[in-house]
Design a protein around this ligand. Structure first.
Ligand SMILES: NC(=O)c1ccc[n+]([C@@H]2O[C@H](COP(=O)([O-])OP(=O)(O)OC[C@H]3O[C@@H](n4cnc5c(N)ncnc54)[C@H](O)[C@@H]3O)[C@@H](O)[C@H]2O)c1
Ligand SMILES: [Zn+2]
Length: 353
């Protein structure tokens, strides 16, 4: 089924997604087709996509966050340039969030912008990263610090790609699905809570519901001026913990694991500031503690607050939060005192794993 979310881009979700992609490529009459993928998506997803394409140039990069770098961007621009990509060329991003952030960034800047099409292959990519037009790379240790906004020409969601994802990656993506439920749709959060395990074959509709929520929010606020901040629930504290873990742990927390902790802490703050009820706080806490590993490292709270202060979404040095009034209803632009943030971190620490 095809969903037109914004005049500039369409999301196509379904088992016939790849056939639809083939049609678009013919319709558009692109001069050259480049496909960016990482080593894993080359192995698992490329064999499924390639029968639908006729003439193309693959670009393969190592998998992982470290590829979201200027070094890889340069290699991609070099390949485009050496193969005479012109403004009627297109880049297909076949992969998770690393590929869509990096590939989108390279396409949006090459010759002042060529078309790119996102074909997300990770759950996180499908429900989050591929949608919304935030593109970029990490720089000098700071995540996403160089980048721009530009929407892909199309987003093709072919859910079967998820079959080869590890359980860990599925859990990573499900954290964002849960967030979408918490901020916008109680029924989504409840359906997710009722899944006996994280079996994704039962969660197909939840993916669709989740994509719709993200897409509708982006449509209302494409450049993150205001409303889109609603998507930051759990991310102010979550990002700080993620950064701390990246700097201190040999096996750092995944984004989904970090924001799961962030959502528990920010739900606690929501209770204190917005009157989120005790039963709903307990429900949220239980949801995440049951499914995500308990993180019992002794983090440095002062440093965490420092990371929160440095978040690029803050204005005037105040730490900005999106909190919940209740499950399914969020409130943006909540500035909070340090004291409450520390209390929220202690709330998490005293939980029993
Ligand atoms: N632009 C945005 O709005 C936005 C939103 C959220 C996250 N992000 C970014 O997205 C990135 C995280 O995304 P991610 O979790 O998809 O990371 P990722 O792209 O690194 O993918 C995770 C892992 O799964 C592998 N993989 C992907 N699809 C697979 C498949 N079908 N089968 C087997 N393995 C597969 C990848 O090779 C990788 O090892 C981060 O860089 C984050 O900053 C961007
Ligand atoms: Zn996130």
């Amino acid at each position: 089924m095809k969903e037109i979310i914004h005049k500039d881009f369409e999301i196509f979700l379904g088992d016939d997604g790849l056939a639809h992609l083939a049609e678009i490529l013919i319709e558009e009459g692109y001069s050259k087709i480049f496909i960016l993928m990482d080593t894993n998506t080359k192995r698992h997803c490329w064999p499924i996509l390639s029968p639908y394409l006729v003439d193309f140039l693959p670009i393969v990069i190592p998998d992982g966050e470290s590829s979201k770098s200027l070094v890889q961007a340069e290699k991609i621009w070099e390949t485009l340039q050496k193969n005479f990509a012109d403004r009627r060329s297109v880049l297909l991003n076949l992969g998770g969030g690393v590929i869509s952030d990096l590939g989108g960034f390279c396409a949006a800047t090459y010759k002042r912008g060529i078309d790119f099409i996102n074909i997300p292959t990770s759950l996180l990519g499908m429900v989050d990263a591929a949608i919304g037009g935030k593109l970029g790379i990490d720089f000098l240790g700071y995540k996403n610090s160089i980048g721009l906004f530009k929407h892909p020409k199309q987003i093709i969601v072919y859910p079967n790609f998820i079959k080869t994802l590890s359980q860990e990656e599925i859990r990573n993506g499900l954290a964002e699905v849960a967030k979408h439920g918490l901020i916008d749709d109680k029924s989504l959060f409840e359906k997710l809570s009722n899944l006996d395990n994280q079996a994704l074959d039962k969660a197909g509709n939840l993916i669709f519901q989740s994509i719709k929520i993200k897409a509708q929010i982006v449509k209302k606020d494409p450049f993150e001026k205001d409303l889109r901040k609603v998507l930051n629930f759990g991310h102010t504290i979550g990002h700080a913990i993620e950064t701390w873990s990246l700097l201190n742990d040999t096996v750092p927390l995944k984004h989904g694991e970090a924001i799961a902790i962030g959502m528990i802490c920010e739900a606690y703050m929501s209770k204190e500031l917005l009157g989120l009820s005790n039963p709903e706080l307990a429900q949220i806490t239980q949801y995440f503690t049951k499914r995500y590993p308990f993180y019992n490292k002794t983090w440095d709270e002062i440093q965490l607050i420092e990371f929160m202060r440095n978040d690029k979404k803050n204005v005037d040095g105040l730490i900005n939060f999106t909190l919940l009034k209740r499950i399914g209803k969020a409130k943006i632009n909540m500035q909070c005192h340090e004291e409450l943030i520390l209390k929220a971190l202690s709330y998490y620490r005293q939980l029993k794993p």
